[in-house]
Write a protein that binds this ligand. Structure first.
Ligand SMILES: Nc1ncnc2c1ncn2[C@@H]1O[C@H](COP(=O)(O)OP(=O)(O)OP(=O)(O)O)[C@@H](O)[C@H]1O
Length: 301
């Protein structure tokens, strides 16, 4: 069953088209990722899904309902983890959860029971009565996820869930998101961390300039767009003439020469033979290789 279905979805602002006729479908119980450079249109797409920014064209349905007509009913079944920390600084961790429960009309006692459960789930019980400003970045992020779960959402929308966190905090959040998935919670996320997308997402799209460039599982995208292995060395005249003599295609990015291949051994050996004073390394291709190949290396502001 499709939880989200978009056809020719568009968001036009007076000066630019942020989302330009994109189509995608998110299936029940999957984690679906939106990747793309800054300004690609990811957050705008998320905002249309959670009904805070009306679409200007195309079709977008969530739980089979039209976002422009049934926003209230859709929102009741959603959990939102925004990019920015918008916890209420005047209240404790526990109060932030119970007060949020009121927006969904959850009776006070039920909200309190649920809040205790969620604090325990996110390993925050010890911080129950602590004010927001005393929490670390990782704790705040976990609390925002806990808050998004107060209404038992069927769809969780995560905008950069682990932005700015240390590896321990990120791993803990990944574990919790996997747990939620196993319990049947569909998730849609944006992330700039390609390792995060590779680990968590069943399927993803890479967007740029408001359009979807590619869609598929991380494994499929790596296989199709980056080959299985990457050879890296310094772009010396010897390395370049060695590859050109063997008719092997390569890319040069600053002081890095890369060859994408499924058969790295023979090429790496040839390169090592002809460039004895430079290092030649072989590594597995990653989603980051796909991302840079499709969206380029030019800095986006
Ligand atoms: N309310 C708005 N009015 C006008 N332009 C907007 C508005 N919101 C977003 N934009 C523009 O739409 C484009 C897409 O923005 P969006 O925030 O969706 O990108 P993003 O992919 O989420 O980027 P990031 O990775 O930086 O979060 C950008 O050029 C942005 O400046």
């Amino acid at each position: 069953m499709e939880v989200i279905s978009a056809h020719g979805l568009e968001k036009r602002f007076p000066d630019l088209t942020a989302v330009d006729q994109i189509s995608f479908a998110v299936e029940e119980k999957e984690i679906f990722g939106f990747l793309g450079p800054n300004g690609a249109g990811k957050t705008t797409t998320m905002k249309m899904i959670h009904c805070v920014s009306p679409k200007t064209g195309g079709i977008l349905s969530v739980f089979g309902m039209d976002v422009n007509k049934d926003a209230r009913k859709i929102k009741e079944r959603l959990g939102i983890v925004p990019q920015e920390n918008n916890l209420d600084p005047d209240f404790s961790a526990f109060q932030n959860l119970t007060i949020y429960g009121r927006y969904f009309g959850i009776p006070r006692r039920d909200a309190e029971t649920k809040a205790e459960e969620l604090l325990a789930f996110m390993q925050l019980s010890e911080k129950r009565d602590v004010l927001i400003e005393k929490l670390s970045g990782g704790m705040k992020r976990r609390l925002i996820i806990a808050r998004a779960l107060i209404n038992d959402p069927q769809l969780l929308i995560l905008d950069e869930p682990t932005i700015g966190l240390d590896p321990q905090a990120r791993h803990l959040i990944w574990e919790k998101l996997r747990h939620l998935k196993a319990e049947g919670c569909t998730q849609v996320m944006t992330t700039h961390y390609l390792d995060e997308a590779e680990r968590l997402c069943d399927r993803l799209v890479i967007m740029d300039h408001g359009k979807i460039l590619v869609e598929g599982s991380p494994e499929k995208l790596v296989r199709e767009y980056a080959g299985s292995e990457i050879i890296e060395t310094t772009p010396t005249p010897e390395a370049i003439s060695c590859l050109e003599a063997a008719d092997i295609s390569y890319d040069i990015f600053g002081d890095l020469l890369q060859v994408q291949t499924a058969t790295p051994q023979a090429i790496a050996h040839t390169l090592m033979e002809s460039c004895r004073h430079t290092t030649v390394t072989v590594r597995r291709a990653t989603l980051e290789d796909v991302f840079l190949k499709l969206t380029g290396r030019t800095l986006r502001e």
